[in-house]
Each structure stands twice: as C-alpha cells, then as structure tokens.
Design a protein around this ligand. Structure first.
Ligand SMILES: Cc1ncc(COP(=O)(O)O)c(C=O)c1O
Length: 562
C-alpha cells in the first residue's frame, strides 16, 4: 500500500471509531435520560455512596431534640418514651427475653432489629423498646406472643397470608395428609402435581410451569430462561422494584457486587420505552406490580423514614395503561415481559395481576401464598420460553434444578390452596367489591385522622397499605412503637407496609382503626410531632447530610491525630 492508501485506510478507521464512539455516547445518553433522577434510580452511585455514610448515634440528650425541639418538648418526648419502655417491659417480658437470648445466634434477627428505625436512633430504641420476635399461635386475624398478648396482624406474613391464617392451617394440614404415604421422597413426583399444573396454566394463561423453593429462585429462573432464549444480556428492572435478593435484581445497596447485566430504568417513563425500543441487547423486562402504589419508590420502610417525604398513590388506570404500552414495546422488540406476581399474585384478583390490570405477560412468577403456607416459587411461561435445551445443540442447555423443587408436602398444600380458590368461601372473601371495600376502609381511617388533626394518612392498593405522614418530622418512625403498644403487629419494616388478609371483617378493621387512632393520639400527646415551623423535608435531609459530613470529618481528624 502506498502512502496515500495508508492514510486513507487510517482515516477510514478513525471515522469508524468516531462513529462507534458517537453511537456509544448516544446510547449512554439515552440510558441516563431513562433513569429516575432519585438515588434509587442510579444503583451504582447509590452503592458507592452507601460506603461513605458514617455511623453515629444520638446520645440520650440529642435523641429527643435532634430536630431542634425546645427543652420542654424534649422532656415531654422523654417521658413518653420511658412510659412506653415501661409498658413494653411489663407486657412483653418473656417474648423479649427469649428474643434477646436467641438473637446473638441468628444473624437475620440482628439485621432486622438494627434496621427498624433510622440508624441514628437505633441504639437507644433497641435498648428501651426491644421488639420480641416470638409468637406462639395465630387465630383469625390475630397472633399471640409468648406473654399471651394478642395482636391484630398487619404483617400478612410478608404477603403469604391472603385468606387468613385459619385457611392456611387447613391447607397445610390437608396437604400433608394427602402426601403422607409418600413422605419425603424427592425426584419422582406425587401425582397431586398434575392438578397443580393444570390449575396454574389455566390461571396464568401460559403453557408450562416450573416449581422452585422461593420467589427469588422463581425470578432467577425466569430471567435465566429469557437470556437463554433471546441470547441477549440485559435484564431491565424498574427503579425501586423489589424482586427478591438475587444479585442481578438487586443492583443497588445491599449487594456487595455491581450487577453488570442489569439496567434500572424509570417506571412509567417514555424514555424507558425509548430505550427498550432502540436497544438490541435487552433480554427481558421484569415488572413488580406492587410498584403501582409508589412508582420509582424503594420499598417503603421505617429504616429510611427520616422525614415526612414518603408518598404513595395508586392509579389503577394509569398503571394499566403503562403495562399495555410496555407490553406493546416488548412484543415489537421480542423482549420477554416477566410479570413478577410473587407478592400480588392472587391478592388483587383470583387470576392475579394479569387479570387485574388486563395485561398478558410472557412469563409470570408466583410465590408466597400459592404454597398454601409452605415455601414456594413458581414460573409459568410460554412453551418456547420454558424449554431448557435445544434439539439441535445438545450441549447448549439452560440448567435449573433444586433438591426440594416440587416437594410433596408443598405440592399437596398448593393443591389445597388452588382448590380453595374455587370455593364459595374464597369467592366470599374476594367479594364483588374487593377494591371498594379496602378503599372505603382506608378513606374511613383517613377521615378520622383528618377530624382529629393527626398528621398520618394511609394509602392503599387493595389490601396492601402504606402509612404516609403530613408533617416533615424526624420522628415519624416512632409510630410503629405506639402501634405495637396498642396491640398491632407490624413487620420489621414498620409502617412502610401493612398487609391485610381478606378475612378481616368490618368489626376487626374497626378495632384496628380505633387502635391506630389511639396510637397516633398518644404519639401526638408525647410531643413527637412537634415541628419547627420552618422545617421542610428538604431542610431535614440537608441537616442530616451536614451531620454525616461532620462525622466523616471527625473520623478523618481522629485518624490523622492517631
Ligand atoms: C415481587 C417479589 N418478587 C420476589 C420476591 C422474593 O420472594 P422470596 O422472599 O420468596 O424469595 C418477593 C418477596 O417479597 C417479592 O415481593
């Protein structure tokens, strides 16, 4: 090649390289426009920043006036706190004693106990208001602890308890009885599985089923199959959505490694649709319909309740419209649409979120309640997507097994659950007015809060509720302790999520509402909702940021002088 030819070749290469980098840059720009502006929308950054958050705890003096409250208000809060502590000590001695004893050996318990409230307050709260983790029995909509205290259950056992504990006692018992002859045999199936498959394919409207041990595993398998069949790399999830604790679906805080093959896009966003429409490397889109209650929000938990910014509002029509548009783009681009119904499946409607929102997915994951009280994860999918091998490439397989998949007892209880779905009792529990019933209850409770000028509101998607606060207070998380004192059981995420079972009768709900109002009144009386009139959610967060910076500087100075 002569000099001119070489120069031409080089300039050709340079043009190609430039075009590639311009294209790459455009793709990055499109992607960043399709991200939600919150930290939850930027998983990598969130992970990096989390490492810089220093620990500090308020001492007894600061604990009661971290918002600049006057000494009178601080004293009022201290009295209330100590009164509550004395009440806890008198009411829950055995439950807390046994919890404290076992907690040293159960890491999960140490974690949940530490993260019930914002970390600055956690030490003193754990010292004075320990939460017992033991319950000895359930009955109707209540659970009873080791001291004989009956609580209205608002935990819903993470969503498993849809029809009421008594129903699951029945499905568990009858399920076990059905497979007793077989016992613990694994590998071969108990014949009851055939009816489960028949019912699940009918409910999901999909061709095939696979059984797993948890919702997390079901999601893993659905995503793995989508990648296998599309031969594409990326999984798209929406900002804030929870899909279990597998690394690829938890790219942000909580996962020690970055999830390199996951894209987190903004929910209900045109730019997100644009990314799906224009990229060629997206295998699947994972949707958790629970997000309809707070699109783009992380699962609400009192751990992060540092102000009054938690908000929630459910607009069924808007979310259904979003799903329809998402469905259309996925079909157009051959992206696998996976509806993760592990939580909402069966809760919103007998045939789940597909029926409720009027959308058809390529794959659906179920879990929680469908095990009839036992651990479960299920994937239902289109035949072509569920296949784990290629007829013409024997070594190119998509492997998924599990020792306990299709466990006879789980299959037995699942069958009892699926049969129960078709009984008049189940139809009665759903009623013809499921959403109206729960909406009316939420409205009634909100009206009481409003009348009494209490700064609390509830928002709901059917029987899934969250508590919001109208005051930019730093102490909203205290409500969970007042609720407990009133005999309402919440899960470790506190007032972030209340899950009702459908067997809550009007009388039960009224009792819960009375206790809720009483708890909020007591909290108001004890001064926790005193607020500096100039305080805003933004100013609170700015104040906390300042505290963190001061703490980091102090740590750095300490290291330098050591
Ligand atoms: C939507 C969703 N997907 C997956 C999971 C994970 O299920 P499991 O806890 O059974 O692993 C959950 C659990 O809360 C969930 O809500």
């Amino acid at each position: 090649m002569d000099i001119d030819g070489t120069a031409l070749a080089f300039s050709g290469l340079a043009v190609a390289a430039l075009a590639t980098s311009v294209l790459g840059l455009r793709r990055r720009l499109q992607l960043s426009r399709a991200k939600h502006r919150s930290l939850a929308g930027h998983s990598r950054m969130a992970r990096r920043m989390a490492r810089f958050v220093p620990f500090y705890a308020y001492d007894e003096r600061r604990f009661f006036c971290s918002d600049g409250a006057t000494p009178e208000i601080a004293a009022q809060r201290r009295d209330g706190f100590m009164r509550l502590a004395a009440q806890f000590q008198a009411k829950f001695p055995e439950t807390t004693r046994q919890t404290a004893e076992i907690a040293r050996r159960i890491s999960d318990l140490q974690f949940t106990d530490t993260y019930r409230v914002p970390f600055q307050y956690s030490r003193l709260v754990r010292q004075h208001l320990p939460i017992g983790t033991f319950v000895q029995s359930s009955d109707g909509v209540t659970v009873t602890d080791l001291d004989g205290n009956r609580f209205y259950d608002l935990t819903g056992s993470y969503g498993v308890n849809l029809f009421g504990y008594d129903t699951y006692k029945g499905t568990m018992e009858r399920g076990l009885a059905r497979v007793r002859e077989l016992g613990p045999v694994l590998g071969p199936y108990h014949p009851v599985i055939a009816d489960n498959v028949r019912r699940l394919t009918a409910i999901s409207g999909l061709d095939e089923v696979s059984f797993h041990m948890s919702g997390t595993e079901a999601v893993m398998q659905a995503v793995r199959l989508a990648r296998y069949h599309t031969r594409r790399r990326y999984l798209v999830r929406f900002c804030g959505a929870y899909h279990g604790w597998w690394g690829d679906v938890q790219p942000g805080v909580g996962n020690p490694l970055p999830a390199r093959d996951t894209l987190t896009l903004a929910d209900m966003s045109e730019q997100a649709l644009h990314v799906l429409r224009t990229r060629h490397d997206i295998a699947c889109v994972l949707v958790n319909p629970t997000q309809a209650l707070n699109p783009n929000g992380a699962p609400p938990s009192d751990t992060s309740l540092v102000d009054g910014a938690r908000s929630a509002h459910f607009d069924k029509a808007a979310y259904a419209d979003w799903l329809e548009r998402l469905r259309a783009v996925c079909s157009e681009r051959h992206i696998v649409l996976i509806l993760d119904e592990v939580f909402v499946g069966f809760r919103l409607a007998p045939a789940g979120a597909q029926e409720y929102f009027g959308v058809r997915a390529d794959m659906v994951t179920y879990g929680k309640t469908v095990g009839g009280g036992f651990p479960i994860g299920v994937v239902c999918g289109r035949k072509d997507l569920m296949k784990r091998f290629r007829d013409d490439r024997p070594a190119d397989i998509c492997f998924a097994r599990g020792t306990f998949n299709s466990h006879p007892v789980v299959m037995g209880a699942m069958n009892e659950f699926l049969q129960f779905l078709e009984t008049p009792e189940a139809r009665r529990l759903y009623g013809n007015d499921l959403d109206q019933r729960w909406n009316a209850r939420a409205e009634r409770l909100n009206a009481r809060f409003e009348t009494e000028q209490l700064p609390v509101r509830v928002a709901n998607m059917s029987s899934i509720w969250t508590v919001c606060y109208t005051k930019p207070s730093r102490y909203n998380w205290m409500l969970q302790y007042y609720l407990r004192a009133e005999g309402l059981a919440l899960s470790w995420i506190g007032t972030g999520r209340l899950i009702f079972s459908l067997d809550y009768a009007e009388g039960d709900f009224d009792a819960v509402a009375d206790r809720f109002v009483a708890a909020a009144r007591a909290m108001e009386r004890d001064g926790w909702w005193w607020c500096d009139p100039a305080a805003t959610n933004k100013s609170i967060r700015r104040g906390i940021l300042k505290e963190m910076i001061a703490q980091r500087v102090a740590e750095w100075r300490g290291r330098v002088t050591d």
